[in-house]
Design a protein around this ligand. Structure first.
Ligand SMILES: *Cc1c(COP(=O)(O)O)cnc(C)c1O
Length: 406
């Protein structure tokens, strides 16, 4: 055994803060091991992981099936490049298209890269198919969006801290209020290439558009010949109780950004999937990635998707999510102002006077890992494999933690 990481919890925290850029403010927890829905710190304290790596852990930590597939693949081949073909990539492309019911796919690594890739697809489609004049393509986004952290993507964020001191920004984007169909329509011009939205704004505080918005947006895009791009990086792969959140309204996109759970809770795997008309605009040399579509990533993603289907994680997410949401509503706690959710993506919004730092600590004491997204909303996004007993234990622990709010 070549054990690399063997520090005390305190040492790990101290060294990270000394040598690491301070672009995160982590909970004071040092995890050393995880299995299923649980993770443990160095003292042996067990936590139920309700952060779920921001929804990247859908199949549970260390899914035995996915780990088995990885072990086998490690004996064969792990990294080539797109200069050659592999059967792993071939099967990944076929299965991700079948899983999403789309025509073609472009593999990448991180979510932000998938979004950047979708932007390139949309722009090239606008110039070469729709006939938008050179360098005039526009993409409509929504206030409160989160699509990643690259310089182009933060340029159309409406969150001040994501942008401050990082300009100048890429032109060609405009933002409208989330879920406002009339505002989208008013923003469309002959140069509009695409509308890029999250079906549910997860980082933005678990914000839902009005019922019917997604389906109406699909029709609006058809009327104006504008591409509909869903960023399903966080909401996709069964998180909201369907395979993809747009399926709740049959608002089929032209392009869809995938990431997070596609990597089986193990490694970064992302992709853009879409219609043949749009994905076909890329020619050799237009785009690429050294690690994108590598054999190891490909089999991890295939294993993750096969397991989601086999275990019916969409059904499980719908069932357990409904139970969690109802239980949180039934707590009827005075500090709770709203409970929002679909499937196992649930937000618990507490009153703005609540001491959220103290509440976070109370959750940790009760063995619940959760963190607030923007403004007083705690996110509960456990692995979709959570069973009845584990869920009941979580509900009990959440209820006990809330006692610190009086
Ligand atoms: C996490 C996330 C991204 C960015 O993914 P990274 O892998 O962190 O680059 C993009 N869009 C949404 C909706 C996300 O939740």
């Amino acid at each position: 055994m070549h054990e690399i990481a063997a520090l005390s919890d305190a040492e790990a925290i101290e060294i990270t803060e000394r040598y690491g850029a301070h672009n995160y403010h982590p909970l004071h927890v040092n995890l050393v091991r995880a299995d299923g829905v649980y993770a443990w710190d160095g003292s042996g304290k067990r936590y139920l992981d309700c952060i779920g790596s921001y929804s990247a852990v859908a199949n549970g930590h260390l899914s035995p099936f996915i780990i088995g597939v990885i072990r086998q693949q490690m004996e064969k081949i792990t990294l080539t490049s797109r200069a050659v073909y592999t059967s792993e990539l071939a099967l990944f492309l076929k299965e991700v298209c079948e899983f999403t019911n789309m025509d073609m796919a472009c593999p990448m690594n991180t979510g932000a890269e998938a979004v950047e890739t979708a932007i390139k697809f949309a722009r090239k489609w606008a110039y070469t198919v729709k006939g938008v004049p050179a360098d005039r393509a526009e993409i409509i986004t929504a206030d409160g969006n989160f699509h990643g952290r690259t310089t182009t993507i933060i340029g159309f964020s409406t969150e001040a801290q994501y942008k401050e001191h990082f300009g100048p920004f890429t032109p060609g984007f405009l933002s409208v209020p989330f879920g406002d169909l009339a505002a989208v329509e008013a923003a469309i011009t002959p140069n509009t290439a695409a509308i890029l939205l999250e079906p549910i704004q997860a980082e933005g505080g678990i914000i839902f558009p009005p019922d019917g918005f997604m389906a109406d947006l699909r029709k609006l895009c058809d009327r104006h010949r504008v591409l509909l791009i869903w960023d399903e990086i966080q909401t996709g792969f069964c998180r909201t109780g369907k395979r993809f959140a747009w399926e709740h309204e049959d608002a089929r996109p032209d392009l869809m950004c995938l990431g997070k759970a596609l990597g089986g809770g193990i490694m970064p795997v992302s992709a853009v999937v879409g219609s043949r008309e749009v994905i076909s605009v890329f020619k050799p040399g237009d785009h690429g990635s050294t690690f994108g579509g590598n054999p190891l990533a490909a089999v991890v993603a295939i294993a993750a998707m096969r397991e989601m289907t086999k275990l019916d994680l969409a059904g499980a997410s719908a069932r357990q999510g409904a139970k969690l949401k109802q239980a949180l509503i039934d707590l009827n706690h005075p500090a709770v102002v709203d409970v929002r959710g679909r499937g196992l993506l649930v937000g618990l919004e507490v009153h703005e006077d609540t001491d959220t730092k103290r509440l976070t600590e109370a959750f940790l004491n009760e063995g619940i890992l959760t963190k607030e997204t923007r403004s007083h909303t705690f996110r509960f996004a456990p692995p979709l494999t959570i069973d009845d007993q584990e869920l009941d234990a979580a509900i009990g622990a959440i209820s006990r933690a809330l006692k610190v709010c009086g």
